[in-house]
Design a protein around this ligand. Structure first.
Ligand code: B12
Ligand code: SF4
Ligand code: SF4
Length: 234
């Protein structure tokens, strides 16, 4: 994270209250074409907002319990829009979200901004947080001229030093192969008694098999929440 007075530090402090953080910054311009998102003109700076570990879970859960409709069909997306949209407005930015079509290239942005690389599972691995991190949104700054601050980039890729690659042998139905993920096969297994009692209860066994960042593993309730979302059609 950058110096104490940077805009990014202020944004990060607001996000921290919700268990979220600034994950990385992309600057467009100076030879790089500006990102075109929506109809409001080119975006010059994108700040990735994400989750690293399970800090947001109790905050999100309390919000959800306070909603008369339980947060609706996609409560985490709704909460993310509520929180990140508000922070964006406070800093004169707009926002976009990973699950909102047309899908913005969050993983490509994260590779560029945080220096992360894909694990054999397809999701990006972080040297500190392992597979226990994700993105909840991005703040979009248009015509941003001043310095915003910076987030340190990963220097090492954990999978390069992992010779056993336990993530590739842990799936009971072989849905995870190096560089490909058989979504239909995974979903079929999740619908069985074994899947309901296994991955659906304690999370994807392939993701759980990775030894990196285990101390940041999501709480079981959050894993169950994500697994339920994975079984929805679409
Ligand atoms: C559609 C989608 C799915 C679909 C299909 C995914 C698939 N594997 O085919 C389903 C519903 C099955 C799914 C499942 C999951 N997903 Co998903 N998914 C998405 C979503 C919404 C869109 C992906 C997309 O099409 N992007 C559009 C393209 C253009 O974006 P892109 O960044 O440029 O794409 C690059 C990357 O995808 C990268 N890439 C992808 N796989 C690989 C593999 C290798 C080897 C390499 C080198 C690169 C690479 O290359 C692309 C080109 O640069 C993204 C959010 C987003 N907006 O990206 C989340 C996202 C990718 N999913 C995410 C997660 C965590 C999951 C799950 C683990 C969820 C869970 N149960 O906990 C599972 C399992 C994923 C798996 N093993 O692949 C996270 C990944 C975070 C991370 N650490 O990287 C994302 C970013 C959402 C988020 N909120 O953070 N997902
Ligand atoms: S188990 Fe090894 S290869 Fe698989 S994601 Fe973790 S570090 Fe990478
Ligand atoms: S959730 Fe279970 S079935 Fe699906 S890929 Fe992970 S280990 Fe395999």
């Amino acid at each position: 994270m950058s110096g104490p007075s940077s805009v990014l530090t202020e944004i990060d402090a607001r996000l921290a209250g919700f268990g979220l953080s600034c994950r990385g910054v992309l600057r467009f311009g100076d030879g790089e074409p500006a990102a075109l998102l929506g109809d409001d003109g080119p975006v010059s700076v994108v700040v990735l907002v994400g989750v690293a570990g399970g800090a947001m879970w109790p905050i999100f859960s309390a919000w959800r319990e306070a909603q008369t409709d339980g947060g609706g069909a996609d409560p985490l997306d709704r909460w993310s829009k509520f929180v990140i949209g508000d922070v964006a407005a406070q800093f004169g930015a707009s926002a976009c979200y990973p699950s909102e079509p047309p899908y913005q290239p969050f993983q490509r942005w994260a590779m560029q901004a945080e220096g992360l690389k894909a694990s054999p599972l397809g999701i990006l691995i972080h040297p500190q947080y392992g597979l226990w991190h994700s993105y909840r949104g991005a703040l979009l700054f248009r015509n941003w001229g001043e310095e915003i601050g910076a987030v340190g980039k990963a220097k090492a890729h954990p999978c390069d030093r992992c010779f056993e690659k336990p993530c590739l042998s842990a799936c009971p139905v072989g849905a995870v192969l190096e560089n490909s993920f058989d979504v239909a096969r995974c979903r079929q297994h999740l619908a069985t008694v074994a899947g309901q009692g296994g991955c659906m209860v304690s999370g994807c066994l392939a993701r759980n098999a990775c030894p990196v960042g285990v101390e940041h593993r999501y709480p079981d309730a959050l894993l169950r929440f994500h697994m339920q979302a994975l079984t929805l059609p679409g």
